[in-house]
Structure formats: C-alpha cells, structure tokens
Design a protein. Structure first.
Length: 167
C-alpha cells in the first residue's frame, strides 16, 4: 500500500532514469491515441488501431462527443505523464500513476470481459497492450514508493562557474 507521506519529499533520488522512461513509455501511446481521437474522431472510430481491426466501431454506434471527450482526456493524461517525467517529483509521479490506474484497470477489465466483437488475434494484441500498461504502471508505483527521499547528489562546480550534477 502506498502512503502519501512515503511519496512526498521532493525529487526522486533513486530509479530516476527508470521512472522517467516508464512515464514516457506510458505517455507516448496515450498522446498519439488521444490526439487521433480529438483531431479526427470519425477516423479514430472507424480505423483504430488499423483500418481492418475496427476496435472502436465494433462496440457500438459512432458518437462524436464521446470520442472527442475520450481524446481530450487521453491528451490530458498524456500531458500529466509527460510533465511528471520531466519534473520527477515523487508526489506528482505517484498521483499521476495512481490516476492512470483508475482509468487503466476498468478499461482492461472491460476488454477482458467483452471479447466477443473481436477476432482472437485482435483480442490478444489488445489485451497484451492494455495489460502491459497496467503492469508497467504498477511496477513504476512500486519503484516510486520504495525510492527513498534522499537528497540529490551534490553538484560539483567546474571551471568557468558552470556546474554539472552527477546524473
């Protein structure tokens, strides 16, 4: 269980690179999918993830408002994941990952329990991709909760007055 007290305390000192790469790995597909749904909602509805798969259109009639709302929310989540990857504040990273799970887990459960409209190959690809996102998010939350709040290494000055950190 993650406690807010464990997550607060400033920047991540451990697992910075791993957490940053994980956050970016979560953010990129969310931004791409969200952008597509927002900018071209009917194309997203008809053609996601590829023209022949029909993952969205196979589930019900087109509703532009819902597709655009989905795209906007996905872009907002992608922005927060990206911002957290840049800032690497423990509380922010933990909150964004927890919020991401609030979406990912019910989304994954829906697709596990609604496989009928799709081929076996499409179900496998979809569930593996969605499951990987859930697993990566849980792993990152574990890293963030275990990462100590120890201060970042001292910055060592070099000639010319420019300083560089050790990482």
């Amino acid at each position: 269980m993650i406690h807010v007290k464990e997550l607060s305390g400033g920047p991540l000192a451990r697992y910075r690179t791993e957490v940053r790469l994980g956050l970016i790995s979560l953010a990129v597909p969310v931004i791409v999918v969200g952008g597509w749904a927002l900018i071209a909602p009917h194309s997203f509805y008809d053609d996601f993830p590829i023209k022949s798969a029909h993952w969205i259109s196979g589930l019900g009639p087109y509703q532009e408002h819902l597709v655009r709302d989905f795209g906007s929310l996905y872009l907002a989540l992608g922005l927060l994941l990206t911002f957290a990857a840049v800032v690497l504040d423990r509380l922010l990273v933990g909150a964004v990952l927890a919020a991401s799970l609030v979406f990912q887990v019910p989304h994954f459960i829906f697709h596990v329990t609604n496989t009928g409209p799709f081929s076996t190959v499409n179900n496998v690809v979809n569930l593996v991709a969605l499951g990987a996102g859930v697993v990566l998010t849980v792993i990152l939350l574990g890293m963030v909760s275990r990462a100590s709040a120890e201060p970042l290494p001292e910055v060592q000055p070099i000639e010319g007055g420019v300083s560089y950190g050790t990482r």
